[in-house]
Design a binder for this molecule. Structure first.
Ligand SMILES: [Zn+2]
Length: 331
């Protein structure tokens, strides 16, 4: 059963000239935080929501609320390739005529996941999960679920790659584009050192920890990437982080430390779950020991499994676990 869609919420100015635009999304996170930045030569729109009826209803209302005409949007900046962030970019591009930028490190994932119309990624996802002990019914439901996600990233935007370590003018600020892989392979955060503001998107969230997953073809050790990125972001000393979901983050370094502690604990739990049976356990068995997957939506099952894999890969590379066939055992 699907819950009621979250209600529209108007934009809110979270820092002078920077407006948070909560776009409703049909997954348990409820909203994606998009941003509008007012600058001397027009507005920058950051992230978009899925392309669905919720975004199509919310964006015109949000723009009207701020008296922004479509042609006042001068650029669309996308932080990472996930569908709740890029889904409506093609539609918004048609509406505004603005160029759309994605970090250069994320272009490949975008094409692999959304632009390739062959369904190859859905097949690879199913094969990955079957190879890690998932049952046929769940794995094939996840293949179909992936194909539905593809439909929410249509029409495709025309993307321009945004160079890592370059600077981009957005609103009144100039932001350094910093590659911080982990939540996705090519994710970038945007750092305005002068105002000490970090556009963090899903690199840093409050209340929940950003998902870190192994996907077909992803970088070899996403969790190691993510922990390194967290340390890098904590060291910036930002006074305000604007996240991709949920509440703003004012104690940026403190939140980074909490997430680091969470993963240390999760790694211990995954190790214990693998060691609980003498012959070890498959990733799917471990996933079911850590997450109560029976109460989860397909979307959540997909992330629970891919996140379990990220922890298992990390533990094997650290020499704390080893893999024999499909089973993970204490090393
Ligand atoms: Zn994301």
């Amino acid at each position: 059963m699907r819950a009621e869609p979250p209600p529209y919420q108007p934009p809110a100015e979270v820092s002078p000239g920077i407006f948070l635009v909560p776009i409703p999304i049909p997954i348990p996170l409820r909203y994606v935080n998009c941003y509008l930045l007012r600058g001397p030569s027009g507005w920058t729109l950051v992230d978009t929501g899925f392309h669905d009826s919720l975004a199509e209803a919310a964006w015109p209302r949000a723009l009207a609320h701020l008296a922004i005409r479509a042609q006042d949007i001068k650029q669309i900046v996308l932080t990472h390739y996930h569908p709740d962030h890029v889904g409506a970019a093609g539609w918004l591009q048609q509406l505004t005529g603005a160029p759309a930028f994605l970090p250069e490190t994320e272009m490949e994932q975008f094409h692999r996941f959304w632009a390739d119309g062959t369904g190859a990624m859905a097949e690879r996802l199913q094969a990955l999960f079957l190879g890690e002990g998932m049952d046929e019914a769940t794995a094939s439901a996840l293949r179909r679920h992936h194909l539905q996600q593809v439909e929410r990233v249509r029409p495709l935007p025309e993307l321009r790659p945004l160079a890592i370590d370059s600077r981009i003018a957005m609103g009144d600020g100039t932001y350094e584009v910093i590659w911080t892989p982990g939540h996705s392979d090519g994710l970038a955060v945007f750092w305005d050192a002068r105002r000490s503001i970090l556009l963090a998107n899903d690199m840093l969230l409050s209340g929940i920890t950003p998902n870190v997953s192994v996907w077909p073809g992803s970088r070899p050790n996403p969790l190691a990437d993510y922990l390194a990125s967290l340390r890098r972001v904590a060291a910036l000393g930002a006074r305000l982080a604007l996240p991709g979901h949920r509440a703003l983050i004012r104690d940026v370094a403190g939140r980074a430390r909490e997430i680091l502690a969470h993963h240390a604990e999760r790694l211990a739990r995954v190790t214990d779950a693998a060691a609980a049976s003498p012959g070890g356990a498959t990733a799917w068995e471990i996933c079911r020991r850590i997450f109560p997957v029976d109460g989860l939506t397909l979307h959540q099952v997909r992330f629970a499994m891919a996140e379990t894999l990220a922890h298992l890969v990390y533990l094997c590379r650290e020499g704390r676990l080893r893999k024999e066939g499909m089973r993970y055992l204490r090393a």
